[in-house]
Design a protein around this ligand. Structure first.
Ligand code: M6R
Length: 588
């Protein structure tokens, strides 16, 4: 993953790069570094930890003509200062910041070592600076084009050279890179959210650029100059702050109703007439992590309301599996960021077989949005916390609305009412979990069970809790407990029971009582209170308000998100930046 920023300006480049990097920490936050060009020399500062840690190590107001910075999510090489970017060539003439993975780096290292190159880091990136340092061409951009021709994998690169020329050389393949230029300053970044204005260039794969203070020159992979148009419309910075909340995650949970309302408005105004004419043979819904859970829920809606053969597949499986697709297959790609490498690769695969491709994303300028013929926004608004919350609810609601929109205008109208009603209920339903969170925070393992849509909610609840609490959490279809899992239940095992589905909730209760009989501690999240006789079997019963059955999952999800948040805070973890993870997973 990783985030990169470069600035060429007469103003304080160092400050601008550090501020940009702070906005990119959703892409990785295990270490950070900056390279400043001062009087033709390259000077670097690095820190293990966050950009704020790096900032403390940088002397103030260094008068740099240009600066490039990096916030890292380690792929190759441990988390330490040595492996933090910028990565220098052995002769110190070149410094590189890189987002992506160079897949053929062992071979390149071997070849370069034979020529006497000595590697100092454990990173794949060092082969890039080593290739540049061969200085095969006089023109630095030709050097970069040549070096990239030898790379396999994915990269967004900013390279700077020890010389009199103040320029950042950039290259892109599969990892995003954007360029902003105002005539008096220029910037490069992994996300245009770093730019001061919302007009910028989007670099495409195999395009290169030399970025100087006064402008940008673009090249294709043959070294020929090309002309590019700017594009625009990004999220305004003012929207991205914690406001009165202690963490982004909590704020974002509270923003769910706003997202659902914006989604309803957008779907009410969207023209579905073209899609309604599609002849759909089968449906594949593809995503990763939480987005995959939304896909599971979406597949249920397609089966239930349209009687279609619908299947959810994780993008990392879809891209390599033998999947049978034809022109009648509707493929729906779900991704909050629209930058998840596996989802993008899966979409590329699907595009070879069908044009009935819809992307559901939260970022209008994302790679996924730009490559798919039909894009629907989930309208959740910026989501910063690594744990996806409001985006999940909006993804589920968007899939529900899409299914109902395909069914017909009248059905969409009703569905919009249902979403509005659910959103209103969510506004008032911010439960105090009290002892529930305390109990769970003291556990080492937690089980979640449910059937049908409740099983999907259980999967999402377990992912959320494990992601930020670091507790081992597992979700099972309730009926599966007796096929193996019961062996793990003892008097210290909490079992969180989700039972909103009328037709299966009795059965789920039976499975829960089987766990209770082995000592399990039951916590119930249900649309109905259990009968008086079984009440004392539960440590806690949380009764959900009633909404239409298709959207009860959103009401059950909310307390699970709050549970994960509270447990993480009680255990002293930062819920916004869990260890080892990043918000945007741009590598395979
Ligand atoms: O941006 P995407 O929706 O494509 O991200 C997919 C997953 O990486 C993401 O949902 C991840 O599972 C979340 N951290 C879960 O909270």
């Amino acid at each position: 993953m990783c985030g990169i920023v470069g600035v060429v300006s007469s103003e304080n480049c160092q400050h601008q790069v550090l501020e940009g990097l702070k906005k990119l920490q959703y892409r990785g936050y295990d270490s950070a570094g900056i390279c400043l060009k001062m009087g033709g020399e390259l000077v670097a500062f690095k820190a293990k930890g966050s950009v704020e840690d790096l900032e403390k190590k940088c002397p103030e107001n260094m008068e740099a003509a240009l600066a490039v910075g990096h916030t890292r999510w380690a792929t190759h090489g441990s988390v330490c200062e040595k492996n933090a970017h910028p990565i220098f060539s052995a002769n110190k003439h070149w410094a590189v910041v890189h987002n992506g993975i160079i897949e053929n780096f062992p071979q390149l290292q071997y070849d370069l070592a034979k020529e006497g190159v000595c590697f100092k880091t454990e990173t794949d990136t060092e082969v890039i600076s080593a290739l540049l340092a061969l200085d095969n061409f006089k023109d630095p951009i030709q050097n970069l084009i040549w070096a990239c021709g030898r790379l396999k994998g994915s990269y967004a690169i900013c390279a700077v050279q020890q010389s009199d020329q103040n320029q950042i050389l950039v290259a892109k393949k599969k990892s995003p890179l954007y360029i902003f230029s105002s005539g008096s300053e220029s910037m490069v970044a992994s996300d245009p959210v770093c730019f001061p204005e919302d007009q910028y260039y989007r670099l495409e794969d195999d395009e290169f650029a030399s970025v100087s203070q006064t402008g940008v020159i673009f090249y294709n992979k043959n070294g020929k100059r090309i002309v590019k148009e700017t594009q625009g419309a990004i999220t305004k910075q003012s929207q991205i702050s914690k406001g009165v909340f202690k963490h982004f995650m909590l704020k974002e949970i509270y923003e769910t109703p706003d997202g659902l309302n914006a989604l309803s408005e957008s779907f009410a105004n969207f023209d579905f007439s073209k899609m309604r004419k599609w002849w759909i043979g089968k449906v594949k819904l593809i995503g990763c992590g939480t987005a995959y859970h939304a896909c599971l829920m979406g597949a249920r809606y397609f089966k239930k309301h349209l009687g279609l053969d619908a299947e959810a597949v994780t993008a990392s499986e879809f891209r390599y599996d033998k999947v049978i697709l034809d022109t009648s297959t509707l493929c729906i790609f779900v991704s909050q960021s629209g930058e998840t490498a596996d989802t993008i690769a899966a979409a590329q695969k699907a595009l070879k077989h069908t044009k009935k491709i819809v992307a559901l994303t939260n970022v209008s300028y994302s790679t996924l949005s730009s490559m798919t013929p039909h894009v629907l926004s989930i309208c959740a608004g910026p989501e910063i916390a690594v744990a996806s919350t409001k985006a999940y609810s909006c993804q589920v609601a968007a899939l529900y609305l899409l299914v109902m929109a395909l069914k017909g205008e009248k059905e969409l109208k009703n569905a919009l009412k249902n979403v509005k009603k659910t959103s209103k209920l969510l506004e008032k339903f911010y439960v105090n979990l009290g002892r529930f969170a305390e109990d769970i925070s003291a556990c080492q393992h937690v089980f979640f069970i449910g059937r049908g849509s409740d099983y999907i909610t259980a999967l999402e609840g377990a992912l959320k809790l494990k992601e930020i609490s670091y507790i081992n959490c597992n979700a099972f279809p309730a009926g599966e407990l007796k096929h193996g899992v019961l062996t793990l239940i003892d008097h210290s095992t909490p079992v969180i029971v989700i039972a909103t589905e009328k037709q299966t909730s009795d059965k789920t209760m039976n499975s829960a009582f089987e766990a209770k009989a082995r000592g399990g501690k039951l916590y119930l999240i249900s649309s109905q209170m259990p009968n008086a006789a079984s009440l004392d079997k539960f440590e806690m019963c949380l009764t959900l308000p009633q909404t239409c059955p298709d959207l009860e999952c959103l009401l059950a999800t909310l307390p699970l998100q709050l549970l994960a948040y509270n447990v993480a805070v009680m255990r002293g973890n930062d819920p916004d930046k869990p260890r080892n993870l990043a918000k945007s997973v741009t590598v395979e």
